[in-house]
Ligand binder design. Structure first.
Ligand code: BGC
Length: 782
């Protein structure tokens, strides 16, 4: 009988054979035979049990089947454990400083025991593949051997990884490229480097729409336009997750932060956001809805409260809206310690225990760091304050990701594969492409640029000229050889007849008088000065001027940078300004006095090369602004898609009300001509509007053009923006080349939220504006 049962392991086979030998006696003694019979029955039960237990390890089953089998095996502690995320290297026990597994495990302290007990689901801030492997080994020692999900802030490359990696232009630069294919490729190659090094989850993309550029995190967003942010966010989700995040080259993405951080009180990170329900639906929600439609598997709520309700406790949004209405299938990860902050910061509950309970009941599935969470949830479940099905629901989603990603089969890093993958040629080429495509030429007085390669003497200076500030936020410093600074780029691209003088400026604060004088002297002897100014958002730099938790009280150049520019300009030398920054720089002096301005954002590891190529005309910049650059901080809020009343009366005392640069602005070394706009003249509520236009490069050099299509609802029952972006495309045309561009306006863009907050299409006229206002067509909805 025993032999008929299916037995998989050798150990169990041996056990069974022993019983069989006794069975051969064919019950000579009834008492013994009865005992044997009982033993056989018990053993069968045991064997079936063991068989069932190992089924979730069967990779032939679907992830859904494996989740349900595993869930049946799990004890309450193990389930709640999956909802807990802890930090790795932030502790003293970093493998970087203590190089044995034992030392690292000791450094982890209590966390090592928690992993072995199956009470941890995920880790973040893991510095290297060595740490990732050790953490997974500890997880493999746990009863159910559930692997850990290892997360990192890989926003524009695997920048928080402690070994070298490929670093691309930051999100604001990618947005300026208006190239969704580029954004998707950047996320794809980031995912590939992440998986090769043991990471499975990118806390990216940041798809918050930003209306207050004082926010120090501007550079990690796609700017101010909901449509552009949505398209870029969707592209990155596709890039990270691939098809269903299945396999060895995909990671899960995290759409963050839901919602309103880009318009928080005073632009301060984490401060309250008061946003009308209409503005939420029209401006701030669309990127999240888009990410869900693109399959994003995790969402991170924002630090802030929205209209008085902290994002992490917002049941109406997390559960009713996002899950039930929008159909989000993945799981929520809290932002850093934000569940506990429901008590300590937002003060909506009296205890941390109540905070954990409130968040989980609102829909939160995983807690980002904080040891109390486990105990709070356990006692709430035991006291029946949180139903077990809420826990099962959270855990199932987390386990699903682990099965889909193939972690049960492949949890360790293969060093050989890693070496073949990280910094591979396609990734490096893409890094250069991202830097080139994100450049925006803001000013070019009398076509001063490009410079002739044989210009005889160039002064290069400014605090951003020769360092890694080009990498931007969420980056560690990279080996010098892997990064091309602006100075290095210019030195390598300029002809060897050109003398490049370099004056180092140390930091973004005060510049010593003697240096200012030296700058003047050197400028007087130069044919041109290239001055690299802006911001420093390098994550771990003591000299940083913006970034997470470092917001900007002014949008002017910080420290003495303007004084440096002024003294150089006063020498009569042509001034080329390169801006390295995350958020916009609002400097009227700069715009009036520079001969050329290149907005380079934080262009990544090959930023210096791309900038130099643009200065000398080896590359023709074609990016456009994904934001409005205001005249000053006092001109905020300042965004292009404002309501018609924004400027209908008066203006600012002694100041123009127009921005320094409009959203969508960007120059080129060539010119493009638009003609023959073709489209239906009436709106079909059931179909997208197709349009085509003939685009011709009429200049003498090749270049990229970003075609932007705006829509204006001329008269509507509620106020609507003066224009909104509804389609875009970027194309490369050789000199003289002509192309028919085809674009699509989604039918949804013609609809609005009426006075009752219903989505309707109202009859009336719409204006379609294309090619920087060069072609305008009026169409009608009946
Ligand atoms: C940030 C998140 C980030 C997390 C983990 C938080 O402070 O707001 O965007 O993913 O830290 O580093």
């Amino acid at each position: 009988m025993c032999c008929r049962s299916t037995i998989k392991t050798n150990r169990l086979n041996n056990y069974c054979q022993k019983i069989d030998t006794r069975c051969l006696g064919l019950f000579p003694n009834e008492k013994i035979s009865y005992k044997i019979f009982v033993l056989v029955i018990v053993t069968m039960g045991f064997l079936q049990n063991v068989q069932a237990k190992s089924d979730y390890l069967d990779s032939n089953l679907s992830s859904e089947e494996r989740v349900s089998l595993l869930l049946k095996e799990m004890k309450l502690d193990e389930k709640i454990g999956q909802m807990c995320q802890y930090v790795g290297e932030a502790s003293e026990g970093s493998i970087e400083t203590q190089d044995t597994k034992l030392d690292y495990t000791l450094g982890l302290g209590e966390r090592a025991g928690l992993i072995r007990d199956g009470k941890v689901g995920s880790f973040l801030k893991v510095a290297s593949y060595r740490e990732a492997n050790i953490l997974q080994e500890l997880a493999a020692e746990s009863r159910l051997k559930i692997p850990l999900l290892i997360a990192t802030d890989a926003l524009h490359g695997h920048g928080m990884y402690s070994d070298p990696a490929t670093l691309y232009a930051t999100e604001i630069g990618l947005a300026s490229s208006f190239d969704t294919g580029l954004a998707e490729a950047v996320a794809r190659s980031t995912a590939i480097e992440m998986r090769a090094t043991g990471y499975h989850w990118a806390f990216s993309p940041n798809i918050e729409v930003v209306r207050d550029p004082r926010w120090g995190r501007f550079g990690e967003t796609f700017g101010e336009d909901p449509y552009l942010v949505t398209q870029m966010g969707n592209a990155m989700v596709r890039g990270y997750q691939g098809e269903n995040f299945n396999g060895q080259e995909n990671v899960i993405a995290s759409a963050k932060h839901f919602v309103g951080g880009g318009i928080a009180y005073n632009g301060v990170n984490g401060a309250s956001a008061d946003i009308s329900e209409r503005t939420l639906q029209e401006i701030f929600f669309p990127p999240f809805l888009g990410a869900i439609e693109s399959g994003v598997y995790t969402i991170m709520p924002a630090h802030n409260d929205i209209n008085g309700i902290p994002s992490h406790a917002h049941a109406r949004y997390l559960t009713d809206l996002i899950r039930k209405q929008w159909g989000f299938k993945g799981f929520y990860i809290s932002d850093w310690k934000d569940i506990a902050r429901l008590q300590s910061v937002h003060k909506v509950v009296e205890t941390e225990e109540a905070a954990s309970q409130l968040a989980v009941l609102a829909g939160m599935d995983m807690n980002m760091h904080g040891p109390g969470f486990f105990d709070h949830i356990k006692s709430a479940v035991l006291a029946e304050k949180i139903p077990l099905h809420r826990i099962d629901d959270a855990v199932s989603k987390i386990l699903y990701a682990k099965f889909q990603l193939g972690l049960f089969e492949n949890r360790y890093v293969d060093k050989v594969q890693l070496e073949k993958t990280v910094l591979r040629k396609e990734h490096l080429d893409l890094a250069l492409e991202s830097a080139r495509k994100s450049l925006v030429l803001l000013k070019n007085n009398n076509t001063f640029l490009p410079l002739a390669t044989n210009v005889s003497r160039i002064l290069v200076t400014g605090p951003g000229a020769n360092n890694q500030t080009i990498l931007g936020e969420w980056s560690r410093l990279q080996p010098e050889d892997n990064v091309v600074t602006v100075l290095e780029g210019i030195e390598s691209v300029a002809s060897n007849k050109t003398k490049v003088d370099f004056l180092p400026i140390d930091g973004y604060g005060e510049i010593d008088d003697s240096i200012i004088k030296k700058a003047a002297k050197m400028a007087a002897k130069s044919d041109v000065a290239v001055v690299v100014v802006g911001e420093n958002s390098l994550r771990f730099d003591k000299d940083k001027t913006s970034g997470e938790n470092l917001d900007r009280p002014s949008l002017e150049l910080v420290g003495d940078q303007l004084a440096l520019l002024k003294i150089i300009k006063s020498q009569g030398v042509p001034l080329v300004v390169v801006l390295i920054n995350g958020g916009p720089i609002a400097s009227e002096w700069l715009v009036e006095n520079a001969d050329a301005i290149i907005e380079a954002w934080e262009p990544g590891m090959f930023g210096g090369q791309a900038i130099a190529e643009a200065i000398f005309g080896l590359y023709n910049p074609g990016g456009r602004l994904p934001i409005t650059v205001p005249r000053s901080v006092g001109h905020l809020q300042s965004y292009y898609n404002h309501k018609p009343s924004a400027f209908h009366r008066g203006g600012f005392y002694q100041s123009s009300r127009s921005p320094l640069f409009e959203f969508g602005f960007g120059l080129s070394y060539t010119q493009f001509q638009y003609s023959d706009l073709q489209m239906r003249k009436t709106v079909d509520p059931e179909a997208d509007m197709e349009l085509s236009v003939i685009l011709k490069n009429t200049g003498v050099v090749a270049g990229d053009e970003v075609v932007l299509v705006y829509l204006n609802d001329k008269v509507s029952s509620v106020t609507t923006p003066v224009r909104k972006l509804v389609a875009f495309d970027r194309v490369h045309l050789k000199a003289g080349e002509k192309r028919k561009m085809k674009l699509n306006i989604s039918k949804d863009h013609f609809k609005l939220l009426d006075v009752d907050m219903k989505i309707v299409l109202e009859p009336g006229e719409f204006e379609v504006v294309i090619g920087d206002d060069r072609l305008i067509e009026t169409i009608i909805a009946h």
